[in-house]
Design a protein around this ligand. Sequence first.
Ligand SMILES: [Zn+2]
Ligand SMILES: [Zn+2]
Length: 252
Amino acid sequence: MLIKIRNNLWQVGGMGITDRSDAGVFLLRFGQKAALIDAGTGRDHAGLRKNIDKCLGPNVQLEYLLLTHCHFDHSGGANAMRKDYGCRIVAHELDAVYLESGDDPVTGAPWYGAQAQPFPIDVKWKGDHCSFSVGNGLINAIHCPGHSPGSVAYATVIDCELVLFGSDVHGPLHSDLLSDEKQYLHSLTKLLELNADLLIESHFGAIEPREEVNAFIECWRSPIGVSHYAVLYAPDDWDSRRRKDIGGKKPE
Ligand SMILES: [Zn+2]
Ligand SMILES: [Zn+2]
């Protein structure tokens, strides 16, 4: 099973498609070249490959594997994907370091009952922005730290629509993951300003139209959103800060 989202854009992996612990895996095709956004945990590599091959067809080359961030549900299957397709793995340097060293806490691997396996990143980029040409298309990478130090959102245009791959817009924030609340809220503002027509969120799937995209992002920026991720994954001092945010009321 796979989900066609647009012409030349599919969800090829994720809960309900491949392993239930996989974050969303998305394939973008531009002419004879393609890029994969994230790789899942690697627990259903065969299923993921089958879906990718169906979308690629016989003459299309998978050129890049663009990682949104280092967490195991997004990156666990990356190395196997490169072995099979010869694609170059891309990550922001601030997350690449944890993938290359196989850092358990920061990649969140133990949350999935796994151990991080170190692997090299082919393209480690720095700074705020970077662009990747893929066939006749262009994918812009935008550094959106907060959930992890090197979290990245990707943006591209398909049939005149701005499509945004928003990584884990919903957080969570946790000290093991080196999350940073201030950076996270700033990154959400950055994503809002893009005014995307379609948001592809790693665990929530496709969100559209533009009003829904903005409402979704806005929700995670609001005290209600803050209370949701805080309840699940509270860093030590979070509770007191959250109560202040929502006027002293404990969320339901
Ligand atoms: Zn995730
Ligand atoms: Zn994550």
